[in-house]
Ligand binder design. Structure first.
Ligand SMILES: NC(=O)c1ccc[n+]([C@@H]2O[C@H](COP(=O)([O-])OP(=O)(O)OC[C@H]3O[C@@H](n4cnc5c(N)ncnc54)[C@H](OP(=O)(O)O)[C@@H]3O)[C@@H](O)[C@H]2O)c1
Length: 261
């Protein structure tokens, strides 16, 4: 198994991506600590992972946008488990989706940018402090493909900002043995549920239904299919493992060829 004897903390673990990554890490032998906003989702995930013979180290309700909450949580984890080997940030952006930029107020545009950058900065800073003491660790997060898409609100700008933030973190933390990587995907069909895109189709230009959007995204790939959640989890497990020990400061292109390089 790729992650045997590793300890991984997943923020936003109750969400679509966070849960898939937590499951994959546990499948690969890691002890997983699940952090998120809604306790019931974390409890359900912990039960699922345990039922599949995975190891759950703990569950915590943590507001990833609150500096004190994040630092206290990471401090407790470091005391309890000793080693923080892997951190995955899957905290949600809460972007307004489906409407053109000209139709959304500034507060809605800036919200996902602030949320994505704040969560990544606070979480990475808190875990890196402990990782550098052991000269080892991997910090991962999830961003977009970079392919311009209509109706994404501030999410695309936020993802680009997180890519830049991660690049700088990788440069600063590399000499201390800490790797920083971000997973780049197109929309994941399992996450692109209709309820997440209530306004899709009402946009001024290029309005698409959820299914038309999935078809459009699929058409942009080289593989002519979209990335699955399981593939995201598997890639995250590989990147977190020692097998990817030479990789840092890079986005892992999981777009099925939607973007080149
Ligand atoms: N899904 C995709 O296709 C896709 C593609 C590219 C990038 N991404 C990025 O991947 C990340 C996760 O996406 P997702 O689809 O998994 O979103 P999601 O299903 O909405 O999950 C996000 C999770 O973050 C939690 N959360 C929100 N605010 C929080 C806070 N302040 N503190 C702690 N936890 C908080 C949510 O808690 P609750 O359980 O309380 O709601 C939820 O469990 C996002 O940043 C998104 O931009 C997603």
């Amino acid at each position: 198994m790729l992650l045997e004897n590793k300890h991984a903390v997943i923020y936003g673990a109750g969400g679509t991506v966070g849960a898939a990554v937590a499951r994959a890490f546990a499948r690969e032998g890691a002890w997983v600590s699940l952090a998120g906003r809604t306790r019931t989702k974390l409890d359900r995930l912990a039960q699922d992972i345990s039922a599949a013979s995975g190891n759950v180290a703990g569950i915590a309700q943590v507001d990833a946008l609150d500096v004190q909450a994040v630092e206290q949580h990471v401090g407790r984890l470091a005391e309890d488990v000793g080693a923080l080997d892997i951190c995955f940030n899957a905290v949600g952006d809460e972007a307004t989706l489906g409407q053109p930029l000209l139709d959304i107020p500034f507060a809605e545009f800036i919200r996902p940018i602030t949320r994505l950058v704040t969560a990544q900065f606070l979480i990475a800073k808190a875990v890196a402090r402990y990782m550098i003491q052991r000269n080892s660790g991997v910090i991962l997060t999830m961003t977009g493909s970079g392919l311009p898409m209509a109706g994404m609100g501030g999410a695309m700008t936020g993802w680009a900002a997180v890519d830049a933030l991660c690049g700088q973190l990788a440069r600063e933390l590399g000499p201390h043995g800490v790797r920083v990587l971000w997973l780049q995907t197109t929309g994941l069909p399992e996450a692109l549920t209709v309820d997440r895109f209530p306004a899709y189709g009402t946009g001024r230009e290029g309005g698409m239904t959820r299914d038309e959007l999935v078809d459009w995204l699929r058409g942009k790939t080289m593989l002519k299919r979209l990335t699955t959640l399981e593939e995201v989890g598997n890639a995250a497990a590989f990147l977190a493992s020692d097998r990817a020990g030479a990789m840092t400061g890079s986005g892992a292109n999981l777009t099925g060829g939607s973007v080149f390089g």
